[in-house]
Ligand binder design. Structure first.
Ligand code: KIV
Length: 279
């Protein structure tokens, strides 16, 4: 495996080379180190951390401080993969200035190499300003979870003609504003294919079919670690929650039956030492 760190230009170049981009989320050092030991291209420190690690109902309560802490932890574990930090709700919506400041914090304090933010046309001025500050931006269109209340739930987007044209326009405006890639979430695969053919920057799909330039999933969904509802598009490649429960049940049994800790996991004092001390 090539251990050379993956850069933003490397990701942008995949549009030409047609080698698919692979991305997963991670939120801490251990999982980041595990992913970095594979050939994964991008580790996204998603604001899905709010639901997966912090137990919130949605991503809206996640703060810039949360994202900085988790991004920093992921960065410590990733020497090769590109680390992208997600901009949380209300860290870029209010003003262009606030968007640049908070993107800067994710890079400067969190160690991210790029940031991701949700929204297309409406956020193009934020994207342009962040890029002008020297920070690469990944866009996110379609189902943007920070707008869950506006959508009335986590529903597929772009179902009718007008919505599908707006999503395409969103992606084009992000490209024109300087985004290096765009995530497309929960849209029909035909629309994703059309946008992918139109754009010069790579598209990264999640629930957007196979014709995108790359794919991303939430790590806990694909490993079978998420005990809450998992979206239809999230294939589970393992059932680690079951493995964990089985391991913990075995531990409980061994503790209760005094088979753990056995000789191999026990410190012993030299013969007679305790006796001498006590005498
Ligand atoms: O927060 C996240 O994990 C994301 C991915 C689903 C793309 O935005």
């Amino acid at each position: 495996m090539d251990n050379k760190p993956i850069t933003v230009p490397d990701i942008a170049e995949r549009k030409n080379s047609r080698k698919k981009i692979t991305a997963l989320t991670a939120y801490d050092y251990s999982f980041s180190k595990l992913l970095d030991a594979t050939e994964i291209d991008i580790i996204l420190v998603g604001d899905s951390v709010g639901m997966v690690s912090l137990g919130y109902e949605n991503t809206l309560a996640v703060t810039v401080e949360n994202m900085i802490d988790h991004t920093r932890a992921v960065k410590r574990g990733a020497r090769r993969a590109l680390v992208v930090g997600d901009m949380p709700f209300m860290s870029y919506q209010v003003s262009v200035e606030q968007a640049v400041t908070n993107a800067g914090r994710l890079v400067q304090e969190g160690g991210a190499s790029a940031v991701k933010l949700e929204g297309g046309t409406r956020m193009a001025d934020r994207v342009r300003a962040i890029v002008q500050a020297g920070i690469p931006v990944m866009g996110h269109v379609g189902l943007t979870p920070q707008s869950v209340h506006q959508f009335g739930g986590y529903k597929m987007q772009g179902k009718n003609y007008l919505d599908s044209r707006q999503i395409k326009q969103d992606a084009c405006d992000l490209q024109n504003a300087g985004s290096f890639a765009v995530v497309m979430e929960s849209i029909p695969s035909e629309l994703a294919e059309e946008i992918t053919a139109e754009l010069k920057i790579p598209t990264i799909g999640i629930g957007a079919g196979p014709k995108c330039d790359g794919q991303i999933l939430v790590l806990h969904d694909m490993l079978g670690l998420n005990q809450d509802a998992v979206p239809k598009f999230a294939k589970q490649y393992a059932q680690l929650a079951d493995n964990m429960k089985q391991a913990v049940a075995e531990y409980i049994h061994e503790v209760r039956s005094e088979t753990f800790p056995g000789q191999a996991h026990t410190h012993q004092s030299r013969r007679g030492v305790l006796k001498q001390v006590n005498d």
